[in-house]
Design a protein around this ligand. Structure first.
Ligand code: CP3
Length: 345
């Protein structure tokens, strides 16, 4: 029996949607916090294949999700290209920056990224041996635009201002950086697939701040290039694209990216998305993650609303964004039970 996640990605409408959660291995789990402690730091955990595989498996053991997502981070690529990267507790990432031609010239060639990233491929190999046979393994990378926003600003920013400034002041440099990231992302994801990833997801967390032609040129087009190159190297590979914050521009995103599945956020109504996005193919999403903190009958009602809205086509249940550290395990169980309540009935 083919894995449920792969069946939904192939376009099948299932009686109960497969389910997993963004950031399912994370700080809301005591066992994650304990393993991170053992590793020393978040980055040490990302580069320790045994422990990274362990935290990837923790939510599978606890909740029986239909998919595991490789434990790693979208900022490992900038680090592999030569930038300094640190995570300060409670402050998020800090990176050295790329804002001049000289900075770009100092980046390592794309071929060199695997020296740094090979532990990630080892994590994938371990997982493809150890996951239950019904659980699909998702590899991932950040989309070039989202990764570039961190490389240009040196940190997370509320409005991606520094990256937009660079587009205005030096568009050729910005585009050269985006091209380098696109090439690196293709090779990185291809190695994950060779190691055993069955699906890949491209996280464009900051796509929503791109306006007008820039949205197509810097979010949709790179996703299409990555998807096409991967499908050429790995025929049949399913791809999920997540242009977060796209709003009404989610419509048409299947065709514009070539992805098999468009991951939605909770900024669009599920009933609207069923008509305008799911009509073109599989969709993933999108319960608002604060429900996993607040719980109650509202959690059950909002979960049912998502399931109901997308019941007429291929759907993967997920959150609109990552689960937060203050979410409760009890509420995760309640969400899963609500999604699956029809399965044996
Ligand atoms: C923008 C982005 C990043 N990383 C990621 C994105 C895109 C998705 C999104 O929008 O959330 C993607 C990501 N980050 C992580 C994963 C692993 C797989 C998963 O469980 O989803 C994935 C897929 C682990 C992580 N990545 C990070 C953590 C928390 C680190 C810790 O344990 O202290 C985890 C579990 C840290 C991280 N990583 C990043 C930031 C800004 C931060 C700090 C903010 C925070 O602490 O939540 C960059």
């Amino acid at each position: 029996m083919t894995k449920l996640l792969l069946r939904a990605l192939a376009g099948e409408t299932l009686p109960v949607p497969p389910i997993w959660m963004m950031r399912q291995a994370g700080r809301y789990l005591a066992e994650y916090r304990a393993t991170r402690e053992r590793a020393g730091s978040f980055l040490d955990l990302c580069y320790n294949p045994d422990l990274a595989a362990e935290v990837t498996l923790q939510p599978i053991r606890r909740f029986g999700f239909d998919a595991a997502i490789l434990f790693a981070d979208i900022l490992l690529i900038p680090q592999a290209l030569g930038l300094d990267l640190t995570f300060e507790a409670g402050e998020g990432p800090r990176l050295s920056t790329v804002t001049t031609e000289a900075d770009l010239a100092r980046l390592k060639p794309v071929d060199a990224i695997h020296d740094t990233l090979s532990p990630v491929y080892e994590t994938v190999r371990i997982l493809s041996r150890e996951l239950p046979s019904e659980t699909a393994l998702i590899g991932f990378a950040g989309a070039p635009w989202t990764v570039a926003t961190y490389m240009i600003a040196g940190r997370g920013t509320p409005d991606q201002g520094p990256a937009h400034d660079l587009i205005r002041t030096n568009r050729p440099l910005f585009e050269a950086l985006l091209d380098r990231l696109t090439d690196a992302t293709i090779d990185y994801l291809s190695r994950q697939v060779q190691a055993g990833a069955e699906v890949v997801k491209i996280f464009d967390s900051w796509a929503g701040s791109l306006q007008g032609d820039d949205f197509r040129a810097y979010s949709l087009d790179p996703a299409r290039r990555i998807t096409a190159a991967l499908k050429q190297r790995h025929p049949g590979l399913p791809v999920i694209a997540f242009p977060r914050g796209a709003g009404e521009r989610f419509e048409g995103a299947h065709a514009a990216t070539g992805a098999d599945c468009i991951a939605l956020d909770d900024g669009v109504a599920p009933e609207w998305a069923a008509r305008h996005v799911q009509a073109a193919g599989c969709v993933q999403g999108a319960l608002a993650s604060p429900h996993l903190v607040t719980g109650g009958p509202e959690l059950v009602e909002a979960t049912r609303r998502v399931v109901r809205a997308f019941a007429g086509g291929p759907h993967i249940f997920n959150l609109g964004h990552g689960i937060t550290p203050d979410a409760s395990v009890e509420n995760v169980h309640r969400m899963i039970d609500t999604v699956r309540e029809g399965r044996h009935g």
